[in-house]
Write a protein that binds this ligand. Structure first.
Ligand code: NDP
Length: 296
């Protein structure tokens, strides 16, 4: 039997519409307008598209958005000055510096300069540390946080389940594992994290009730690696060359056509985890605004 398809597009749409309503209430009841600043250094075309999409999504939700575009040769000190300005700006509750940054800028230094309360990407070491100690009032990285929302909203609460995460990056794999492990809603799973040095990976992934692939290799998870009935979440976004006019198509880390015949539920690529990332960025911005507002 074919798996239930989990549509990230639909879930993200629902979250964004709930946020629009919530933001309207915050404005009406507290005079609070959440604000997001996105900083782009250089002219990388993919980054320009992401930044535009984030600004548009914020506007649609009623979130005030500001885009700061700086030339590729901007000195590190100048970027640090921009971040400090945004830290001090009462209209801005979320700061996102689009990565990757040009080589002459130390990414870690920039991430450290962002006020952790405004770190809507959840990459500041303080937020990373808080999340890994199980804190619940913390800004969590958008992609894994979006995966948790997808699970919860499709009746696949991870509590008591065995979740296997393939990938241990700081952006996806590690925070994914931390969220699944938390003693909190969306957590309480038994978590295994696998990576490129894991021997007999299929034996590990076959034990998963919830299998999350964040590997970066097209169609890597095949049907024989999946337990019948498992929930399969595909974080991967990979370009695969083809003969189309565009010259490529996007594929996930999961061999969708064969795995959907074994899994109980599965996310497609595109239209799966991808749209959730922006929805959770908006959600983090609203959470940040409410916490900063409550702190006075
Ligand atoms: P990284 O390259 O940083 O990490 C990949 C991880 O996969 C590493 O931990 C690596 O192991 C592991 N891995 C690689 N090869 C194997 C293998 N043969 N067997 C087992 N594990 C392996 O990637 P990211 O985490 O940044 O991204 C993962 C995927 O998710 C990418 O396709 C990316 O495009 C996508 N992505 C999608 C997002 C979205 O919004 N949908 C957002 C972010 C990422 P090791 O540590 O040992 O090297």
């Amino acid at each position: 039997m074919s798996a239930q398809i989990i549509s990230g597009t639909e879930i993200a749409k629902a979250i964004r519409s709930e946020l629009r309503e919530h933001v309207a209430n915050l404005k009406a009841q507290k005079g609070l307008v959440p604000g997001l600043a996105v900083v782009l250094v250089g002219e990388d075309p993919a980054s320009q598209v992401y930044v535009r999409m984030k600004g548009k999504a914020a506007d649609e939700a009623g979130i005030f958005s500001r885009q700061i575009t700086l030339p590729a040769e901007t000195p590190e000190d100048e970027l640090l000055g921009v971040v400090e300005g945004l830290n001090a700006d009462p209209q801005v509750h979320g700061i996102l510096v689009q990565l990757p940054l040009p080589d002459h800028i130390d990414e870690q230094k920039i991430l450290l300069a962002i006020d952790p309360r405004k770190d809507v990407d959840g990459f500041h070491p303080m937020n990373v540390g808080l999340l890994s100690t199980g804190a619940t009032d913390v800004l969590a990285p958008c992609t894994p946080w979006g995966v948790i929302q997808m699970l919860l909203r499709t009746g696949n609460d991870p509590a008591g389940k065995h979740a296997v995460v393939v990938g241990r990056s700081n952006i996806v794999g590690r925070p994914m594992a931390s969220l699944l492990l938390r003693k909190a809603v969306g957590g309480n799973a038994t978590v295994t994290v696998a990576h490129s040095r894991t021997p007999d990976l299929p034996a590990v992934t076959r034990r998963a009730d919830i299998l999350i692939a964040a590997i970066g290799r097209a169609n890597f998870i095949t049907a024989d690696m999946v337990k019948p009935g498992a929930v399969v979440i595909d974080v991967g976004v990979n370009r695969v060359d083809d003969d189309s006019d565009r010259g490529y198509h996007l594929a996930g880390d999961v061999a969708f056509d064969e795995v959907k015949e074994v899994a109980g539920s599965i996310t497609p690529v595109p239209g799966g985890v991808g749209p959730m990332t922006i929805a959770m960025l908006l959600s983090n911005t609203v959470d940040a605004a409410e916490r900063i507002h409550a702190d006075g």
